[in-house]
Design a protein around this ligand. Structure first.
Ligand SMILES: [Zn+2]
Length: 345
């Protein structure tokens, strides 16, 4: 969610303000609770731990910054609960190799955590190139990426005011780990060593993953699919919480097409592993997402204004956060789809 863009920062700044920053979080525990919307967000620190994590045992590799859980044999969630993004990176270990799907905020040393979990060679792949998913990329030698300007630009590294806000006291529930000075926080440069394309198959030994290109949230968003097990890693294209669809690089038509693609997969899935908040989501929520997104984009649901030029559509288990000037698609008389509003770039 939420993620980086030359403009990620619109997203970040908007959400920080939306939720009050000190009160901000991608909050939403679905299942028992229904997400009440960004306007009702309380202190995310007070909401920890999220109940869904209690179903899993914390792994010994956990430390002051990361909590590690083995969600399925060889599938580890590396969670950063103390920073308001509550981002989840995923280590998937086969018999021959390991894949790290996202590298987190770059606040703690995720390389050290991964080294505790596997001695196999590790390849890092990002669900998309927003800051909260590429922050630890510099700690890895082998990084595969789709070849898109949005991905390639970020590999040069960056530091922005919005990124610094991510390590401000209001964004944290505990002090920064180690010797990291907040003023030094940045996305450090990293080298992409190979190219990924839609449909690529990655064989880890005993587990085969398929790359599913799902542009929309960002142009470079991907999911990973384990067809045999029925597992889908959805990145920020779906998670339980407010799904950020207001960044300048977000394309709602592309997102709609990608969500339809994910919904088609839902029947064959046993679990969805998202990139924020909670580790396992019901695949049926992908169908819900498709249905609700269509209602939103075709103007059948009115949004709630949440300030700072943003609107929110709230549903059981998730919400959609969009810009007030970009949340709807109109159908003209010829039946073709067009955006109703000018995108603010
Ligand atoms: Zn994110």
């Amino acid at each position: 969610m939420i993620t980086i863009r030359p403009n990620l920062l619109f997203a970040c700044a908007a959400l920080l303000t939306l939720a009050g920053c000190e009160t901000g979080s991608r909050e939403a525990d679905s299942g028992e609770a229904t997400y009440a919307g960004a306007a009702d967000l309380g202190s995310f620190c007070d909401r920890l731990p999220r109940p869904k994590w209690a179903a899993f045992d914390k792994h010994a590799a956990s430390n002051d910054w990361f909590e590690v859980y083995e969600i399925e044999p060889g599938i580890f969630s590396i969670y950063e609960p103390w920073q308001w993004q509550e981002v989840i990176s995923w280590l998937i270990v086969g018999t021959d190799a390991a894949l790290l799907f996202d590298t987190g905020n770059g606040i703690g040393d995720i390389g050290a955590v991964v080294a505790e979990l596997t001695k196999l060679p590790v390849t890092a792949i990002n669900s998309h190139s927003h800051f909260d998913h590429i922050g630890g990329n510099h700690r890895f030698d082998r990084i595969l990426s789709v070849s898109m300007p949005f991905s390639l630009e970020r590999a040069a590294g960056f530091q922005t005011e919005e990124l610094l806000a991510e390590v401000s006291p209001d964004a944290l529930c505990r002090p920064l780990p180690g010797d990291l000075e907040a003023a030094e926080h940045r996305v450090r440069p990293y080298t992409i060593s190979g190219k990924l394309e839609d449909g690529d198959s990655i064989d880890l030994g005993g587990r085969r993953l398929e790359v599913v290109l799902i542009p929309g949230h960002t142009p470079d968003a991907i999911a990973l699919l384990d067809r045999e097990a029925g597992f889908l890693w959805s990145g920020d294209s779906f998670y339980e919480g407010p799904i950020w669809l207001f960044a300048p690089e977000t394309d709602l038509e592309a997102y709609r097409t990608s969500v339809a693609r994910l919904a088609e997969l839902a029947e064959g899935l046993t679990a969805v592993f998202p990139a924020h908040n909670t580790p396992v989501a019901d695949p049926q929520l992908l169908l819900e997402l498709q249905e609700k997104l269509d209602l939103v984009l075709t103007g059948q649901i009115e949004p709630e204004a949440v300030g700072d030029g943003a609107v929110e559509f709230t549903f059981p288990g998730f919400s959609l956060l969009m810009r007030e000037d970009y949340y709807r698609i109109n159908t003209d008389q010829a039946g073709s789809m067009k955006l109703c509003c000018t995108r603010r770039l």
